[in-house]
Each structure stands twice: as structure tokens, then as C-alpha cells.
Design a protein around this ligand. Sequence first.
Ligand SMILES: NC(=O)c1ccc[n+]([C@@H]2O[C@H](COP(=O)([O-])OP(=O)(O)OC[C@H]3O[C@@H](n4cnc5c(N)ncnc54)[C@H](O)[C@@H]3O)[C@@H](O)[C@H]2O)c1
Ligand SMILES: O=C(O)[C@H](O)COP(=O)(O)O
Length: 656
Amino acid sequence: MTTSFRIPLYIINQKFSTKQKGEKAKNSFLKLMACTKMTFTFNFTSRSSQCRSSKRRASIFSFFNANSLRLSSHHSHGALVFNNVLDTRVSRSNSKDKNKKGGEYCWGLDNEKPTILVTEKLGEAGLVVLRELGHVECAYGLSPQELCSKILDCDALIVRSGTKVTREVFEASKGRLKVVGRAGVGIDNVDLHAATEFGCIVVNAPTSNTVAAAELAIAHLAAMARNVAKADASMKAGKWQRNKYVGVSMVGKTVAVMGFGKVGTEVARRAKALGMNVIAHDPYASSDRASGIGVNLVSFEEAISSADFISLHMPLIPSTDKILNSSTFAKMKKGVRIINVARGGVMDEDDMVRALDDGIVSQAALDVFTEEPPPKDSKLVQHENVTLTPHLGASTKEAQEGVAIEIAEAVVGALKGQLSATALNAPAVPPQVVSELAPYVVLAEKLGRVAVQLVSGGGSGIKAVKVVYRSGRSRDDLDTRLVRAMIIKGIIEPISNSVINLVNADFTAKGKGIHISEERVGVESSPEQPLDSIQLQILNMGSKFASAVSEGGHISIEGKVKYGTPHLTCVGSLDVDVSLEGNLILYRQVDQPGMIGRVGSILGKHNVNVSFMSLGRTSRRKMAIVAIGVDEEPNKEALHDIGAVPAIQEFVFLKL
Ligand SMILES: NC(=O)c1ccc[n+]([C@@H]2O[C@H](COP(=O)([O-])OP(=O)(O)OC[C@H]3O[C@@H](n4cnc5c(N)ncnc54)[C@H](O)[C@@H]3O)[C@@H](O)[C@H]2O)c1
Ligand SMILES: O=C(O)[C@H](O)COP(=O)(O)O
């Protein structure tokens, strides 16, 4: 059931700052209806239980909180600060709602619902979440060519393990694809590198199928030990072969869990409960965590050579590709039994057939294969000592319901510009960090834009950028990744056709040969605010506005956040104070009376509205830098007239 209610908001320069949840959160919203200025529409879906819908309401509420969402009557500023990070927008809706009064806004991407393509079966609960936000198209069994042609019209793609999301898919999307959601854990079918390059965030659903996969591993282990599948087939063939299918006991046997992550840990717990001696190998797991559940972490060699059963639970990555091969099989105990519910690629399947034929491996139980489905005549598939399931590890009703919701919420969050905790190619920035850095993110991008326009001959030759953060916070209490990404966006976007976001910022800067260095300078300021100022230096480049070059010889500008808005506070070595909004004229003049009136009247004559003005000077009647904010872009004649004022020695017009 979907309930929909409209929440008018009147929130000016004020943060939501409550931790209320559920009904309380709803009531808070409703109270705000009393002082309506604008109408915002949110759809809350009430699923199986009240708890679920409360959770959803609370999550939307915390979304506001997390993004320091301040909606003012200027709708352009109503766009979430975070839009700058992943490039989604909250914009004026084309709603045909007859009851609407005044401007109505709703979540959306440039006035349109996003299109979400689902290429493999996804639980209905997930589809419901997705449909709240966008158009959902389920198209199963697409060929690579069909996927490439469809992707052009899609903002998000949701896959399981059966869809190969290759570089070609990202290329074909021509930048429209903003998020790939993997409804499950393994992302070996997604070209992460290409996704990052194209600024597409990849999220997965890592937790919901853990138990299902562990249960299948244990089911395979027990069924293999007791010949369940073979005995079943034999009986169905009309036989009664009690002596032929004598199995082996599990109690007291050693099982080596290879990969002590989420699934491996759950397998270990269950194997312990079966009375098995559990050892594990995982180069990255902590021995404390292992010993906490009675598991001994051992080396790879020890694990494979001492185990009666080996259960594989590592990801398929270059270092695990064919990690089981003829040389490792040779080190195993004769008669070892192997279970693989991880990925087919972690073992060499031809070598496995040989190890089975040689009796090194007495039995294998496999859920995953190098090629899925494997060829029908595969020797491995046909081997009498191999038991198979068609990649069913995650296939329980419960896991699929959980995975569907988990991935749908991650994809919806990413489409709204939120960073997902399960993002695989973007830094996981905690919501509170996003929240407090929100105004600095805007400042950072504006500083980048200003700086690049000050470079003479365009900014394409920029090779080195230095960012100096002044902060009253302790050294390890400042996460600059968001801010750095937005500086890169500000510098690169005006001089290229790249679209930069948090996913691809560092990658793009590197690709363009721009080295970004960062420095932290401790200052006496309230640790409440994460940053006192951001200074941006473009190194080793000439400037078209010589006054922007600092004593150190670099183009240098500095900015601060004041009253929640970004301000330019220093150009070169001179202090100014202008709000970074609209467009900016910077000029250097001889400090003398009448200059402000003179320039002001030129702008007035050309119908250019001045929004603010600031002057910084070396000393009385010497030299001054003036920054003038203008709402409109002055025409050539106006700029010429300003340049012709005798006391103005140089000037530059900057678009923010
Ligand atoms: N068959 C299925 O349907 C199914 C279901 C869920 C997960 N899986 C697969 O199971 C595997 C594990 O999933 P998870 O959720 O536990 O992932 P996870 O990331 O929680 O755990 C993987 C573990 O492997 C470890 N590892 C990395 N390199 C290793 C190496 N060389 N040797 C040993 N360990 C190594 C990692 O440190 C990590 O602890 C993945 O391949 C996943 O795709 C399959
Ligand atoms: O990595 C996973 O999550 C599992 O292999 C499940 O894959 P599936 O979604 O294709 O069932």
C-alpha cells in the first residue's frame, strides 16, 4: 500500500536537527505545514509492517538531516548541496495536481523521473521501492548488444550475477548511467574501473544473502558427505544401494574456510555446531575475530594441506583467480572434499577434473562456475563425484526479499545524490561528515571555478594544485575527500566536457595529469566548524589577473563559509570579502575617491545589477583590489568601459 502526503516546508537558514523517528518525525513535518511557503511532495510506502514504513519515514527524515537541507524561497538554492557531488537535482515539478498552490516541488531528476533498468529477477519489495522514485523497466535475458542499446535511456541499472556490465555498457550510456546496483555481493561481473572513469557509482547489497550462501555451503557439505544427491538419483532409478552410498562423518573432521568474511564466518559458526574442527585462511581477517568463535586462522598452505573439507568463500579478484590449481591440489590431503559457493573462477576447472580423476579430490560440491551456465558437456559437470547447483547460494525467498530492498534503497539513495554505505567506487563518507561539510562543498567548487578562470590562456595547462585547509580541528578529524572532489570539479568542468563527481574526481584529475596536494594548517578556531578557510593555489601558471598571484608566485585565492554561504576572502595577497554568487568582476585600481561610483554607473548604464562589492587595499591611496558581484553578465561594451577607466590597472570577469 502506498500512502502519499504532501509536506509543505518553510525552512529558511535552519537545519533539521532532531533525531526523532517514525511518527514523531512525521508530526514534525506536519507541524511545518502550519507555516507553508512552498509545497514539497514525498511518497512514503507502507510495506508489510508499520515498523517498515516508520523506518522509511525516518530514513527520509535523516536524509534531510544528513544533507543539511536548507530550503529557501529561491528554489535554485533549494537544490541539495549534495547535488554537486553526484549531479542529481531537486527541481520544480511539472505536476498536474489541481490542488497545488504556488510552486510545487518534488524529488526528481531535472523534472523527469529516472529510468531504472532491471535486467535480472528482483524481489517485488525492491521493485516497489524503485517505483516510488522512477520508471522501472524489467528486461531479462538481454544480449550484450541489447543492453548497450537500452542503457542509453537509463539512469540506473540493477543486475545480479548474470549480467556483464562491461566498459562497452558505460560507453554506450554516454554519461547518463549514474548508478549500477548489484543485487548481491560479488561485483566481478561489473567493470568497476570503467564505472569510476565514467563517474558512475556502483553499489551492492552485501549483507542480505550471507546466511543463505552459508546455509547452501553447509547443505552441500552435509549432502556430499552423505551422498544424498547420488542416493536420491539411484532410488529414482529404481535401485536400493545401501552399501554403495556409505558416507563419511563430519564430526571431528577439519574444515578449512578459505575467506573468513561474511559468508565464511557464518559457515565456520555452523561447522563448529556440527562438531567440526574449523580452521580458516584469510590474509585480511583478524585472528581475534576468528578465535572469538573458536576458529584458528592459518596460512594458505596449512589450510589446504590439513583439511578434510575445503569450503571456498573468497571474492574473485586477480589474487584469487584460479587460486586452486594443479600445484595447490597436489598439496591437499588425498580424498579431500571441496565446496565452492564463492565464484567458479577461484579454481582451475580443468585441474579440478584431473584432481578428481586422480582421487586427490574425492568429491566436490559446486554452486558456481567459470562460465554460467557451464557447457552441458563440461567434464566437471558430468563428473560422477561432483554435485551441482545452478548458482543458488543467494536463492532463498528471505535473501531475495532482503537483497531487493537493500539494493533498491541504495540505488534510490544514489539517484537522489546520497552516498551509499555500500558504494564500491566512491569513498564512504559518513552522513554527519556530508552534513557538516555541505557548505564547504559549495565553496570548494566555486573556488575551483574562480581559480581556473584566473589562469592565463585557459586552464588546460594546469599540472599542480595545492589546497590548504585551515582548521581548528585535530589532524585526524577532518575528512577532505568531498571538498577535494569539488575543487577538482570546479577546476576541470569549465575547461573540458567531463562531468565530475565524487566517484571520478580523483581519477579524472590523475588522467589529466593534475597533481592535487593537500596541506592542513591548524588555527585557533572553533572545532565546531570543520574548516576555517580553504586556500587554493594553482602552481607554476601565469595569471590573466596579475593581482591573483601571491608572493610565493602562484595563483592563490582563499574562501570561507560565512553565514552558510561561500565567500571569497583573499585574492593573491589582498583581503576581500565577497559572497560567491552570480558573476564576479575583479579589478585592481589606484585607491582614490570616486572609483566605486564610476564603475557602478557604467554597470547601471548597461543595466547590470550589482549584488555586492568589496574592496581590499594595501594601504591608503595606494593600490586596491575590488570585487563586484553582478547578477547579469555585462556585455562587451560595459566590460570595455570598465577597462577604460584610467585608474583601473587590470580587471577580469568571472562566471561562477
Ligand atoms: N553462490 C552464491 O550465490 C553466493 C552468495 C553470496 C556470496 N557469494 C560469494 O561468496 C564470496 C564471499 O562473499 P562474502 O559476502 O563473504 O564476501 P566478504 O567480502 O565478506 O568476504 C570475502 C573474504 O575473502 C577474503 N579474501 C580476500 N582474498 C583472499 C584470499 N586470497 N584468500 C582467502 N581469503 C581472501 C577477504 O579478506 C574477505 O574477508 C564472494 O565471492 C561472493 O561473491 C556467492
Ligand atoms: O555474489 C552474490 O551475491 C551471489 O553470487 C548471488 O548472485 P545472484 O544474485 O546472481 O544470485
